[in-house]
Design a protein. Structure first.
Lengths: 236, 236
DNA sequence: CGTATTATTGACTCCATTCAAAGATAGTGG
DNA sequence: CCACTATCTTTGAATGGAGTCAATAATACG
């Protein structure tokens, strides 16, 4: 199984400036490497954790992407977020030791785990990681607030933001900022952004016609990042 | 100045099971009382902290209510949340040591502070508070997710949820669950829920006519909590 | 008591949804 | 490899919920 990398430690990982060890010294990175476990690979559709399941720890995507999903009392699914390599998830489970959402692989995926027990150890011995975990948690919170504000905007702004945000995050991780594959269906994008799938289709087509992007099925090329950004950044 | 209560410690405070010391032992409560500072009283419209201001620490409302406000790049204000006694705020400032939102008193208000320096001390010496702070932070995150889901629902469900949620939180703090005063204008409620102020007015009137509530200006009486809850809980 | 802010109400408009049907794509087994 | 099926996407037309505009009424404030 060449895809599993159980032996790789944080300071050997290419995501070390984004993921758990962000902001830590070499020495601290070694400290946390004792506690953070690299887990096995999942296939598309498999769960990293399930809504309602016991809190095991905070996780980080190592490779691949995932969607964070929760259900409301009507039984409707809501895609809360898309997760890229180096991004953390599971903070929502700290409240009452149950995950409040499910994390599902959108393609072949590997992830690391900071186990619940390990957290207590680190709280005691590596205060700087505690601080850093709060920073990660706070970052998520700020992203959620941005998302709340975004959801008050019209459909074209939501989709422009969605694409630019994805582009920015991919770039930060060394992927192409202008060419990538959406792992979501129009249905799922609409679900995430609070739009009907038909609206997603129509707006993407408009962006395509206006020369901002090229989109064929799930393959996206962004032709004009500044112009696409301006759709939500300085609309009128 | 009889209104300031600088000498009151957490274990003397009536909010001790809701606020910072939630879940802590008597001994631990005494520990944190050395670090948590009671601050002076603010008048309506005054700021607890300002968006962009340096992170001073995590705060807790002691009495009164506040609104959490942020600005988008269009210059529009967004009311992210309403804060009641015992509720914590300021976690959003941990990301990059700047508050990402402003907290503004909606009426005469007093608050406590866990200063930034104090946090580091507590991380080292009271790991159980660290855990508890993560639980508070995680709770906020879950509330934000609920709010994101709510914002996809029609106007009447949003308002019903807004009122029931307020009622629940007030009850938990020993206030009346059925009779209270909104500290927000229709404009502000609409801003918070992503609705036009006219829509807020119309929906509240409908609730009034249907006998679910009595509303006169900002004074609210909820006549039928279960029925109001059912507006968003089992719609259709 | 008068002024400014806030709230109500009605009429009209529009953006996005819904419904519906056809077209494209991907995955599967013969 | 191709046909077949399921899933996903596109496109059009009609509907509707909430926004906007506008004018009046009520409330709060100095």
């Amino acid at each position: 199984m060449p895809l599993t990398k159980d032996h790789i430690t944080c300071n050997e990982c290419s995501l070390d400036n984004i993921c758990f060890p962000r902001g830590l010294s070499q020495q601290e990175k070694e400290h946390i490497s004792f506690v953070i476990k690299s887990k096995k690979t999942l296939q598309k559709g498999e769960y990293i954790f399930r809504e309602g399941g016991a809190f095991r720890g905070v996780l980080a995507i190592k490779s691949g992407t995932a969607k964070l999903v929760t259900n409301d009392h009507h039984g409707n699914e809501h895609i809360l977020n898309i997760l890229l390599p180096g991004e953390l998830l599971g903070f929502d489970g700290l409240y009452n030791d149950k995950y409040r959402s499910s994390a599902i692989a959108l393609e072949t995926l590997s992830f690391c785990e900071l186990p619940a027990e390990g957290m207590e150890i680190l709280f005691k011995n590596v205060p700087s990681l505690t601080k850093e975990l709060f920073r990660h948690s706070s970052e998520k919170m700020n992203e959620n607030n941005d998302f709340i504000i975004l959801n008050k905007r019209p459909a074209d702004e939501r989709l422009a933001y969605f694409l630019i945000n994805l582009s920015d995050r991919l770039k930060k991780r060394g992927f192409s900022a202008t060419e990538f594959t959406l792992s979501l269906t129009r249905q799922e994008i609409g679900n995430h952004l609070g739009l009907a799938l038909e609206t997603v289709s129509r707006v993407l087509k408009k962006f395509h016609q206006d020369g901002l992007i090229h989109i064929k099925s799930k393959h996206v090329i962004i032709h004009d990042i500044p112009k696409l950004r301006s759709v939500f950044d300085c609309s009128e």
